[in-house]
Design a protein around this ligand. Structure first.
Ligand SMILES: CC(C)(COP(=O)(O)OP(=O)(O)OC[C@H]1O[C@@H](n2cnc3c(N)ncnc32)[C@H](O)[C@@H]1OP(=O)(O)O)[C@@H](O)C(=O)NCCC(=O)NCCS
Length: 218
């Protein structure tokens, strides 16, 4: 998977791979807020877990070189599993955690999944995650939190996107009706039509559409 950074302006914050900085003391402090064992030994063990695994990513929200948020995650074929998310004490409740979730959504277009405790479940709920409580044998009540890729879009946004894609599909289908279309252009348009049908079907599935859905959206 490609390394990805979201850059806002020249000096804006960047969400980037910071694995080489995982053992820095400031980063350790941020890890300690979210690690099961927040002691220096627990934090060192957590850092080592990321350093020793190629599958575990360790990203940071970096402002002017300062790491103010961290996110440890693993990318599976069907989901992105958030193992660790934490924000510097003086930057909490200012949108950093939410910005990291949004960045992951943009990077992977996959469901995001996390496990959390009572103290932090409100954050996931605010971000649109569906949360389910379960009894952990060691840690008591915990929550599984799942955010589907399209959960951030409102019903009206989905309807508008559907309308726009459907209109483009119809135009492409019209183009294909011509028997004078050169072969390369025909192939390209056929591919576009196939992609548009997939996009429409995904939106319709999200809308829980029945057979009348297309007319309703028009
Ligand atoms: C939980 C945490 C990662 C959230 O990051 P953040 O940058 O503080 O959160 P944001 O500012 O993006 O908050 C987004 C929304 O969630 C709410 N929120 C944030 N943390 C919350 C919490 N612990 N409980 C309830 N709601 C919370 C915010 O108030 C905000 O709501 P709003 O949109 O109505 O203003 C951060 O507070 C943190 O590091 N906490 C300590 C470590 C931790 O608990 N990590 C999670 C372990 S799984």
């Amino acid at each position: 998977m490609e390394m990805y950074a979201i850059v806002r302006g020249k000096k804006g914050p960047v969400f980037q791979d910071i694995k080489p900085r995982v053992a820095e003391p400031d980063v350790g402090v941020i890890i300690s807020y979210a690690a099961l064992d927040g002691s220096p030994e627990g934090v060192a063990k957590e850092a080592e877990k990321y350093l020793s695994s190629e599958n575990l990513h360790f990203y940071g929200w970096v402002e002017d070189g300062r790491v103010v948020g961290i996110c440890g995650f693993e990318v599976h074929s069907d989901k992105v599993e958030i193992h660790l998310i934490s924000v510097a004490g003086d930057r909490q409740k200012q949108g950093v955690g939410g910005a990291m979730v949004t960045a992951l959504q943009k990077m992977y277009s996959l469901p995001l999944e996390a496990e959390t405790v009572e103290e932090a479940v409100g954050f996931y709920r605010k971000r649109g995650f569906i949360t389910t409580a379960f009894q952990h044998p060691e840690w008591g009540v915990k929550y599984t939190c799942v955010l589907e890729p399209m959960a951030g879009f409102t019903a009206e946004e989905l309807k508008e996107a559907h309308r726009s894609l459907l209109s483009t599909l119809k135009k492409c289908e019209k183009v294909l009706e011509s028997d004078k279309l050169p072969q390369p252009q025909r192939t390209l348009t056929e591919r576009r039509v196939a992609a548009l049908r997939i996009a429409l079907a995904l939106i319709e599935r999200e809308q829980g559409c029945d057979a009348h859905c297309r007319q309703d959206n028009e």
